[in-house]
Write a protein that binds this ligand. Sequence first.
Ligand code: TPP
Length: 631
Amino acid sequence: MGLLDRIAGPRDLRELTDGELDELAAEIRDFLVRKVSLTGGHLGPNLGVVELTLALHRVFDSPTDPIVFDTGHQAYVHKIVTGRAPGFDRLRQEGGLSGYPSRSESEHDVVENSHASTALSYADGLAKAFKIRGEDRHVVAVVGDGALTGGMAWEALNNIAAEQDRPLVIVVNDNGRSYTPTVGGLANHLTTLRTNPRYEQVLDMVKRRLNGVRGVGPAVYDALHAMKKGMKDALAPQGLFEDLGLKYVGPIDGHDRAEVERALLQAKRFDGPVIVHVMTRKGFGYDPAEKHVADQFHGPGPFNIETGEENPKGQIWTDVFADEMVKIGAERQDVVAVTAAMMHPVGLHKFAAAYPERTFDVGIAEQHAATSAAGLAMGGLHPVVALYATFLNRAFDQVLMDVALHRCGVTFVLDRSGVTGDDGASHNGMWDMSILQVVPGLRLAAPRDATRLRELLHEAVQVGDAPTVVRFPKGPPSADIERVDRAGGCDVLVRNGTKDVLIVGVGSMAGTSVEVAERLVAQGIGVTVVDPRWVKPVDPAIVDLARQHRLVVSVEDNGIVGGCGSVLLQTLNEQGVETPVRLHGIPQEFLDHAKRGAILERIGLTAQSIARRVVEDVIALDDGHSLLPVD
Ligand SMILES: Cc1ncc(C[n+]2csc(CCOP(=O)(O)OP(=O)(O)O)c2C)c(N)n1
């Protein structure tokens, strides 16, 4: 029986000796590598916070003292020491452990939103609440140097620093990276902090400790050496935080648990807001992660433990976008690319390699990305801003007022739209087609396959006087689906039999719609399937087609409220088309984590389920009844 088996909750950590805690840290690293190699997940960030998390749970009394993890992807160790190690066999699986903190899993999890840069605001509110209620509790926020590049973090710091009597400990987990190295003035400043003369001592300590850590290879020594060579002295390096009025402790070697504990205890005693600057290494202790150039195993899929090689994924939508952007970059000198700290995940790394001077990583700052893109457009360029669909939510006002109102030609490319699954409720890209419907002048395209992605991306960057959006889902694109005809700007994919049912298949749901059609045809129902390609604005050709059919069915992988189907319904109503319309989309719920396929099954977005409901609707029409209520 290992030490890990003896840890049922944070209090058990306090019984352990220094030697046992070192042993436990090694066991936890082993455990993380073994479990994540099977399920995939956020390995690198968690390997980096093992000692930090043990120290946090020994110094503070969670849940009385809430510990808020920014983004939450680095909370695996926290899960392990709060009694959830057995759940790791089913990490990110349906009904199993969530990949982020989860309030339904544990009283130790405070925040489960995986959108970055929010922890300091939650912590600010919690500290204010405890003060007003007269409760003597500390609040701890753990925030990465990447998350600190988000504007909200600074809005919160501005407030937190203003009140000196609220005990709030901000742990800056500084590993120098988001996915890739963190960029910007703040990142430079943190680098300066590392050049504090005290850092020399810390560096020595880190080096000494490395010798004692299992699985650490030469990569780490080289990196540290390189860091050291780049050092220069600074007089008052912590100035930025102290100028804000925040006490500063650090920098601390985040892999020296005892030293981190001392710093946290010191911070705790201040009984006011204080920053503890902890230096860690992403992927620490697992050689393949440390050596992984792209992102130090930020979030690998299942992989081989010995080699660190990920199981092959095949071509995904992102790859198609990545290659096409390089071609567009060659054809158009005015096209520039913008990423919000996700160069590789959104596929802009190839463009960046070909045209480094035309690529901008703005940090985890989607709002700024949008408005900065407006500026780029005003300055005569055509920016392509590539984001995960869920993170565009942040920048709604900027898209509306800063880009659209000014008629700026900016293309937003939304990867991971629709149901994404494993990462849970906050990662599903199911809001974009609803919130963007209300933006005047904005044009939105949803490609059904790789060929259409290339085609629509080219069309999008041609638009110079309005925002355009191209959205596509997670995973591999389906095989190309050829059109049989064209109607306006739309592709007709199926035209079979009498004009009974018109199916409007949006984006990746076009393939599903073709399957639905096959099932309906087999039952003697005539079907037309149309892929609008550009779903906003509604193509007049769809209105004409709707008028000619007996039933219109829309299928989209977006929230049902305010999505493409709902806008189509409204348009038909305005145009006096009385054909009944049935909407199929994602129910407006926060969907628990599970595989994308399993979720689509559960919410009825499969060909079988849609076909069954359409047949029922057609039978109701044939019987002269009004349509059945949705089940
Ligand atoms: C608003 C938002 N944009 C993008 C992301 C994607 N994302 C997840 S983790 C991460 C990097 C976080 O870096 P850091 O805070 O330094 O933590 P580390 O992984 O280095 O521990 C990014 C960009 C996100 N979660 N939220």
